[in-house]
Design a protein around this ligand. Structure first.
Ligand SMILES: [Cu+2]
Length: 472
């Protein structure tokens, strides 16, 4: 901002040499203008135009924070503030975040970079930032009270350190942490290697996202911050399916996905159609001898995982948390199981009193996706997402890896649904059906019934106090 620069220039002229030497170089340089982003769309990779070059990441439904070079130091400006996050089309949450969004922008630097981060607090309470996983001077670690005073509302603090090791990191407050993380304050940090690294492969696509969770009552906007485990919104970068963008890649691309977990439970992340290697953890790249192929990797609380694979199967491949409650949205909890309960009669009686009352779940919960159930305003449907063959019946932590032959290198746009080769889709069998053999006692008990009826056992009761008569 020119006015601020002018102020510092004038101040240093007026104060002369004494004032200039008394004010640190950082203050004289003033703050870089904070960049704000309010769109929940996945932004194209931010190709570096200053500093060492690297292959930038793509943040799912997120973006990378631009920086300013100041005498060889990369300067970023984070603003902690209340934000409105569209978690899915039609559903907005009132969260706290950074620079217009929750999570905050991804910070990308190169191993060996000197990094200066200005943090302005526009929250109603104090905050701080902890740079999760980084090697740095103790006073830069961001634990309020332990390593630094908390950043009071309206104040700006400066963090400065060298990004010493390459890898996948996170940032989050370490002041009133329970509240501030429940409200969505967190972000990703990538430190790219400065040169060819024996354990870090070059890839064609490099995606990242954070696992986070909220408890927002249907029809309301603000998370309940006291919830410890029973969250009703399980999100990737504060988005829930079908609001999470697909990961679009070209056939035979080498793909890396970086995942960080800032929820309060673990998430087994599962990819269909491919096997992957875990190539990095919180501590950096994994030694090659420790890698084995998997299709699911558990990301525990506070952990980061990097997975890598060759996208050599065309199609639309599901990619999701394997806890089935985490692929559901609000209203998927505290509903009694009614499978097998015939409540046609009772529904009719209740309908005469409450016309909107609906019977749910007597044939499972899939009916929920087709019902025109009245839901409160600002609520995401429990499970939804229209696919080419009908409802996907998913919510929460679910997305699709789209592998296409004709996806252009560097093109991250959604190619639409996969066109299956003739005869390669599961379909209804229409030939003759043999009557299947059935077990005699099927459906009733786990043990076969006895051939002849059992003789009832006579039960004799003995009263506790002797009332004058014997029990025989
Ligand atoms: Cu999960």
């Amino acid at each position: 901002m020119t006015s601020r620069r002018d102020f510092f220039r004038l101040a240093s002229i007026a104060g002369g040499a004494v004032a200039a030497s008394a004010v640190s170089r950082v203050a004289l340089a003033a703050l870089p203008e904070p960049v704000i982003q309010t769109s929940p769309d996945t932004m194209p990779p931010l190709v570096p135009n200053t500093g060492r070059s690297y292959n930038p990441v793509v943040t799912l439904n997120g973006w990378t924070l631009p920086w300013r070079m100041n005498n060889g130091v990369k300067e970023f400006h984070l603003v902690a503030e209340p934000v409105v996050r569209e978690m899915a089309p039609g559903f907005k949450a009132h969260l706290w975040g950074y620079n217009g969004q929750s999570p905050g922008p991804t910070i990308e630097v190169v191993e060996g970079d000197r990094v200066r981060i200005f943090v302005t607090n526009k929250l109603p309470e104090h905050t701080s930032i902890h740079w999760h996983g980084q090697r740095l001077p103790n006073g830069m670690d961001g634990v309020a009270g332990l390593n630094q005073p908390a950043i009071q509302p309206g104040k700006t603090f400066v963090y400065e350190f060298v990004a010493r090791r390459p890898g996948t990191f996170m940032y989050h407050p370490h002041a009133d942490e329970m509240t501030q993380m429940a409200m969505g304050m967190m972000g990703f940090w990538i430190t790219h290697p400065k040169a060819k690294h024996p354990l870090i492969d070059e890839v064609n696509r490099d995606f990242c996202f954070l696992l986070n969770a909220y408890d927002i009552d249907p029809g309301s906007y603000t998370p309940k911050i006291m919830t410890m485990l029973d969250f009703n919104l399980w999100s990737w970068n504060s988005r829930i399916f079908p609001g999470i963008d697909s990961l679009n890649v070209r056939l035979n691309d080498k793909v890396r996905i970086r995942i960080g977990n800032l929820t309060m439970t673990n998430h087994p992340i599962h990819l269909h159609g491919h096997e992957f290697l875990v190539t990095g953890t919180d501590g950096g790249p994994t030694p090659k001898s420790t890698r084995w192929y998997e299709v699911t990797t558990d990301v525990a609380v506070g952990q980061m995982r990097q997975i890598e694979f060759l996208a050599d199967e065309e199609g639309d491949w599901a990619f999701h948390c394997h806890k089935s409650h985490h692929t559901m949205n609000a209203m998927g909890h505290n509903v009694p199981t009614l499978i097998g309960v015939d409540h046609r009669g009772i529904a009719k009686k209740i309908n005469s009193l409450i016309p909107d009352y609906m019977v749910m779940g007597e044939r499972g919960m899939a009916d929920m996706t087709e019902m025109e159930m009245p839901i409160p305003d600002n609520t995401a449907p429990m499970m939804t997402g229209e696919g080419p063959f009908g409802s996907v019946e998913m919510g929460g932590m679910f997305s699709v890896l789209k592998v296409r032959r004709d996806q252009k290198p560097g093109d991250y746009s959604n190619p639409g649904w996969f066109k299956h080769p003739e005869g390669s889709v599961a379909h209804e069998y229409t030939g003759p059906l043999a009557k299947p053999a059935r077990f005699k006692s099927e459906g009733g008990q786990s043990m076969p019934r006895a051939e002849k009826p059992l003789t009832p056992t006579e039960v004799k009761v003995r009263k506790p106090s002797g009332g004058g008569h014997d029990n025989h």
